[in-house]
Unconditional design. Structure first.
Length: 153
């Protein structure tokens, strides 16, 4: 296993590009979409989006179905935990939805002292799960990944 010193390079090489290539092979990401994703990855590798935050232990599959609410609070289930960027979990929650999203995001942003412009990078953190879903669930996710990639290319 290769160690990475920067999040952007890790994210591009181990998360985004492998799934972009798989989606392209599956026909669920277009050639133009793959080129846009490649340009985003080049920017990620150059550290254009790195914020020098240390790696965080993230859930890895955080969506509304993996957050259970009760009168005693919220419980997170079914983790695919790994080291990554903490904002990735927020982006997943926004992508696939959850109850109390604004409250969860605001509380996390405050607790983690995220910079004021953190929301501007939400789509960037959604590229990997969109490409995973393009491979496993079809071209509509590939089209969404292309739209997001265009924003960051």
């Amino acid at each position: 296993m290769r160690a990475f010193s920067r999040w952007g390079e890790f994210y591009a090489r181990t998360r985004v590009m492998p799934y972009a290539q798989a989606a392209l092979r599956a026909g669920t990401l277009t050639d133009s979409g793959a080129r846009l994703v490649q340009r985003v990855c080049e920017r990620l590798i150059r550290a254009d989006f790195d914020d020098d935050r240390p790696p965080a232990r993230i859930h890895g599959d955080l969506w509304g179905g993996n957050v259970l609410y009760s009168t005693r609070g919220a419980v997170v289930i079914d983790p695919a935990a790994h080291g990554g960027h903490g904002q990735t979990d927020l982006a997943m929650l926004e992508l696939f939805g959850t109850a109390h999203l604004d409250r969860v995001q605001s509380a996390y942003a405050e607790a983690a002292a995220l910079p004021a412009d953190w929301r501007d990078r939400t789509g960037l953190h959604q590229l990997h799960p969109l490409l995973v879903h393009a491979v496993s669930h079809g071209a509509s996710y590939g089209r969404e990944a292309e739209i997001i990639a265009r924003r960051y290319a």
